[in-house]
Design a protein around this ligand. Structure first.
Ligand SMILES: [Mg+2]
Length: 124
C-alpha cells in the first residue's frame, strides 16, 4: 500500500509546487474565480461543496436506480466541481488544496500505521 512518502517519491510534491506564500497554482487559480466575500463567500462555497457532492450522488443514484448511463467524464467533471469548492474553502482556512491533501495523507497514513483505518470518530 502507498504511503505519503511514496507519493513524494512519485513526484507528488512536484505537482503542487508552492511559492513563497505557500499557495499552490491550482488554489491560486480557484481564488481568482471566487466572486463573493466574507460571510457570503463562506456560505456560497459551503453550499457549493455540498451541492456539487449532491450532483455526484445524484448521478450514482440514477446509475443504480434507473440504469442511467453517464460517461466517466461526466462523473469526473462533477468531482472537479467538488474539488473546486473544497479548494475555495481550504483557501479561507489555510493555504489551499495542497495543504488539505498533505493533512489528509498524514492523517490516513497515521491511522493505517496504527491499524485504525476502519472505525469511526474524527480523532481515532
Ligand atoms: Mg456540477
Amino acid at each position: 500500500m502507498l504511503s505519503g512518502d511514496d507519493l513524494e517519491n512519485f513526484g507528488y510534491y512536484d505537482m503542487f509546487q508552492t511559492n513563497e506564500d505557500k499557495q499552490d497554482p491550482y488554489s491560486k487559480w480557484v481564488e481568482e474565480k471566487i466572486l463573493t466575500y466574507g460571510d457570503e463567500r463562506l456560505v456560497e462555497n459551503t453550499l457549493g461543496l455540498v451541492g456539487e457532492a449532491g450532483e455526484v450522488a445524484e448521478k450514482i443514484k440514477k446509475l443504480i436506480r434507473d440504469s442511467s448511463r453517464f460517461s466517466n467524464e461526466e462523473i469526473l467533471k462533477e468531482l472537479g466541481d467538488v474539488v473546486f469548492y473544497a479548494t475555495a474553502l481550504a483557501n479561507i482556512y489555510g493555504n489551499g488544496l495542497k495543504e488539505i491533501l498533505d493533512l489528509n495523507i498524514a492523517k490516513l497514513d497515521d491511522r493505517q500505521k496504527r491499524g485504525k483505518l476502519k472505525g469511526s470518530g474524527d480523532n481515532r
